[in-house]
Design a protein around this ligand. Structure first.
Ligand SMILES: [Zn+2]
Length: 329
């Protein structure tokens, strides 16, 4: 390898055309998945306070939003539901006429060229806000897993394209795979939230999904932010259980985990840029302390550079605006 003065790395940074040609990582709209929140009622589009630019939609408006997303070239959405009624059994999670099941049917029948991914967990549907069935204060694993599988099947029956379990119970990917196959949904992929950390960055989402636990926390199932070897084990077991896509969540603060997962397993890998990552960038921009567009692009590029093939992000629409503007310049 040549050394200075023969080698001058600045030569290839000299002008924007050269920089474009040697760029190693570029985020494409086709990499992005947009999260959406469905609520009961009609004609509702209500901004979530801690997530400016993100809304609760009733299904009629959700369909309109999805049409717009498809026109912008965004390939996929991931759906979260806020049900009318919550109970200890999370029965609205697997109700064939639940909020998510209705939303899936409406979007799939009215919008072409948009993948519908559904988040599968029980915390949005339980009266106590925990991700599973309880015995006292303990979250029961196996009882929860069977309800998750039932929920996944109800999403597939409504027309979901990809099932994304986010609960972090042990054995849930296998249970969901078996139930889907048994019902004839062998071709529906599973995108597993494999390394999901117990993170303070989820704060704004819990307002949005109205899913904060009534007592305690999620530390008995979500991962300790201090661990990465454990993340490798989580990913490995999800792959063994039949996950088609694995995920690291959150994204930005866990790029090292994302990098290791992609390097070690080479699987299609997703990363979730979560509500707190979004809210911090929006807040910094509103205060005039950072350049929002540049930070959005930089954060997404970093996530892709670390190994994500796809990014779940509340910035998906903003990204298309930024790109469009860049094209007009
Ligand atoms: Zn949950």
């Amino acid at each position: 390898m040549a050394d200075y003065p023969l080698k001058r790395l600045r030569r290839l940074r000299n002008n924007p055309i050269i920089r474009d040609m040697v760029r190693e990582t570029e985020v494409n709209v086709k990499d992005l998945i947009y999260p959406l929140f469905a609520v009961p009622g009609s004609n509702i589009k209500k901004e979530i306070k801690s997530m400016p630019g993100v809304f609760h939609f009733s299904i009629d408006n959700l369909v309109k939003e999805c049409r717009e997303l498809a026109e912008l070239g965004i390939p996929a959405v991931i759906l979260f539901g806020v049900p009318e009624h919550k109970d200890e059994q999370a029965s609205e999670a697997y109700n064939p006429n639940g909020i998510i099941q209705q939303a899936i049917r409406a979007i799939k029948s009215e919008v072409k060229n948009l993948l519908v991914i559904t988040d599968v967990c029980l915390c949005e549907y339980t009266s106590h806000g925990h991700c599973g069935m309880l015995n006292g204060q303990e979250i029961l694993n196996d009882e929860t897993v069977s309800l998750l599988a039932k929920t996944a099947v109800s999403h597939a029956e409504a027309g979901a394209d990809i099932i994304a379990p986010s609960d972090m119970m042990d054995g849930r990917v296998l249970a969901i795979r078996k139930s889907l196959d048994y019902k004839g949904f062998q071709n529906i992929p599973i995108m597993s939230y494999s390394a999901k950390y117990s993170s303070a960055y989820y704060g704004p989402f819990r307002d949005a999904a109205n899913s904060a636990p009534a007592f305690g926390d999620r530390k008995s199932h979500q991962m300790d932010p201090a661990n990465t070897n454990e993340a490798m084990q989580e990913v490995e077991s999800d792959i063994a259980e039949g996950a088609d896509i694995v995920m690291v969540k959150p994204a930005g603060p866990y790029l090292d985990v994302l990098y290791r997962v992609k390097q070690k397993f080479g699987m299609p890998t997703a990363a979730y840029q979560v509500s707190g990552e979004y809210a911090m960038i929006k807040a910094g921009a509103q205060l005039g302390w950072i350049d929002e567009e540049r930070v959005v692009l930089e954060s997404l590029t970093s996530i892709k550079r670390a190994g994500a093939d796809m990014i779940i992000t509340y910035f998906a629409k903003d990204f298309t605006n930024i790109q469009q503007k860049a094209g007009l310049k």
